[in-house]
Design a binder for this molecule. Structure first.
Ligand code: SF4
Length: 296
């Protein structure tokens, strides 16, 4: 820290990043470090929680607090941390298999609660850590190790799911646009409520279809097209434009789809918080006899 300003370097850990060269997750890590620095968040007041997968190694590469949890459970762990100490900035992160597959139930319930958590999903449309099986966002007909004749299921659309479930900040970024990612992360962290940032983050080793070039040929900026992120109908139309059942894949919107600031967070409504954050409340152990009496 110099002159009271936290430098970018101070958000970086000294653990070697082990992702494959060219993996889209590098841009997410860089973008997140830049967003934290732009907001001047103290590293000790930030916690990154992940599940399992290549992208879920991300807490190791930051100098904030971190919790590398189990498959699909980043959201419940992040929820517990946020509820214990709502003064912390809590960011959950992981991949599409982790968050939209095994963790899908947690994902939906966190959104309907409007917890003040930022959720970054590095969506590479494949299981990378387990060497290339179809994930919940793999495109229909895509050939993978687990689907040698092509995927027969429709992919999950995380953005329409988030709109339906009640997320109050919904955005999509692309690892080929590092500056745009940092901006989306910054806005998501500042948003009071549940923020989803789905990042198209190519797996250069196992997904040979959805590459950087493939996305560059299709991606466009919602902001440049004058999209109104306060308009639910417009957000739905844009979110549903890809992926969808018609398999239209010629134009993929990037940016903030939807943002709403008039919905109270779970923390705003939780009666237990009226006395202040739980971490600042007495544990009730000052008089153990009285506590034991409750159970007699
Ligand atoms: Fe990234 Fe894919 Fe390599 Fe995993 S396998 S680190 S997702 S490029």
């Amino acid at each position: 820290m110099s002159d009271g300003v936290i430098q970018l370097q101070e958000y970086k850990s000294d653990i070697k990043v082990t992702w494959c060269p060219g993996c889209g997750d590098f841009a997410v890590l860089n973008g997140l470090q830049k967003a934290l620095q732009a907001l001047q968040l103290k590293p000790w007041m930030v916690t990154i929680v992940s599940g399992i997968g290549c992208s879920s190694n991300i807490p190791h590469f930051l100098s904030t607090y971190g919790f590398h949890s189990i498959h699909g459970r980043s959201i419940p762990v992040a929820t517990g941390i946020k509820l214990a100490n709502p003064e912390l900035t809590v960011i959950a992160a992981g991949g599409d298999g982790d968050g939209y597959g095994i963790g899908a139930g947690h994902f939906i319930h966190a959104m309907r609660r409007n917890l003040d958590i930022t959720y970054i999903v590095m969506n590479n449309q494949i299981y990378g850590l387990t060497t290339g099986q179809a994930s919940p966002t793999s495109e229909k007909e895509m050939k993978t190790k687990s689907t040698p004749e092509g995927v027969i299921e429709n992919p999950i659309n995380p953005l329409t799911l988030a709109l339906a479930a009640g997320a109050t900040y919904i955005a999509r970024g692309f690892s080929g646009d590092a500056k745009g990612l940092a901006d989306l992360f910054q806005k998501g962290i500042q948003h009071k409520g549940f923020a989803l940032i789905d990042v198209l983050s190519p797996c250069v080793t196992y997904n040979k279809v959805n590459t950087y070039d493939w996305f560059r040929a299709r991606a466009y900026s919602l902001e440049k097209e004058g999209h109104d992120a306060s308009n639910l109908g417009a957000a739905w139309e844009k979110a549903n434009s890809w992926p969808n059942l018609d398999q239209k894949r010629d134009r993929i919107p990037l940016g903030v789809f939807y943002r709403r600031t008039d919905i109270p967070t779970y923390e705003d409504l939780e009666p237990a918080f009226r006395k202040g954050p739980p971490i600042r409340q007495p544990l009730g152990l000052e008089n153990p006899e009285a506590l034991l009496e409750e159970f007699r």
